[in-house]
Design a protein around this ligand. Structure first.
Ligand code: ATP
Ligand code: MG
Length: 257
């Protein structure tokens, strides 16, 4: 027993020396379990490597989520599809494979307040990060400020900006306020740069019909932006009830009956 103990200590140190801290942690319990349950040696080894892999993976996801500026607390798993029948679950499942990111496509989520646009956008962003893509989340007004601040950067420095370099750019709440002409042309520059290079996910309460008005009334600019965005796009039109108001609806409904 003491001999085995000694060997285990040495093995643990070797694992630590190789930077496999989680495997080192799990060595003793996994070996004991393996002996007790009569597991094959390769099964114990596999469990050990799996422990290391899983711990690294969850650390990677945690760090990447922090860097992505995705708001916390919303995932696809806690989205109630039964409440919003306008959203086909299969479409979200397809988007959640993130094939649209690989293909640098656009996702446009439209709908009135409270129907879950931001929630879905964040959920898809989290999924992207879990699958190893970089993602950045901006409310449009924040992005607008950044674009303005960077308006005069030389191209080489501009390209390093996260809103250009990230695999998935999420723009939440486009369309609350109309843009000025300068803002609209900065937005055009962003869309043009990312076209064919990176995916964009936009949530908005405006329908495509209202985009000209949104883009400083410039029809040509709106057409040029929409042409790029909608070339390869997944449009989710959520015509549903507000999740925020569901309790109120329930209370009013109860009062009426
Ligand atoms: N189907 C749903 N299942 C679970 N939670 C939901 C669902 N729809 C919305 N919610 C929750 O309701 C709140 C409002 O949703 P969300 O912020 O996604 O709405 P929105 O469509 O972005 O609205 P707005 O246009 O006002 O920004 C959030 O807390 C969100 O998590
Ligand atoms: Mg929202």
């Amino acid at each position: 027993m003491s001999r085995r103990k000694l060997d285990v200590d040495r093995t643990r140190e070797r694992l630590l020396g190789l930077g496999l801290a989680h495997a080192a942690d799990q060595l003793e319990p996994l070996l004991s379990e393996g002996v007790k349950e009569g597991h094959a040696p390769h099964a114990v080894l596999d469990a050990l490597l799996d422990a290391e892999h899983q711990a690294r993976e969850s650390r990677r996801v945690r760090t990447a989520l922090r860097l992505s500026t995705l708001p916390t607390g919303h995932t696809l798993a806690d989205f109630d599809f039964a409440f919003q029948p306008a959203i086909e679950r299969s479409r979200i499942d397809t988007l959640a494979t993130c094939a649209f990111i690989r293909a640098t496509e656009t996702v446009l989520i439209q709908g009135p307040p409270g129907v879950g646009k931001t929630h879905l956008a964040i959920g898809l962003g989290v999924k992207a990060v879990e699958l190893g893509f970089s993602a950045q989340f901006y409310r449009f007004d924040e992005l607008k400020l950044q674009l303005k601040a960077d308006a005069h950067l030389p191209p080489a420095r501009l390209r390093r900006r996260k809103y250009l370099s990230t695999a998935l750019l999420i723009i939440d709440e486009l369309g609350f306020e109309p843009m000025t002409r300068d803002e609209a042309s900065l937005f055009f520059r962003l869309v043009t740069y990312r076209y064919g290079r990176g995916a964009i996910l936009i949530t908005t309460n405006k329908s495509v019909r209202d985009w000209t008005e949104l883009l400083a009334g410039d029809e040509a600019l709106a057409a040029a932006i929409l042409d790029r965005l909608l070339h390869k796009a997944h449009v989710l039109n959520i015509k549903g009830r507000s999740y925020r108001l569901r309790d109120l609806e329930a209370t009013l409904g109860a009062a009426r009956n």
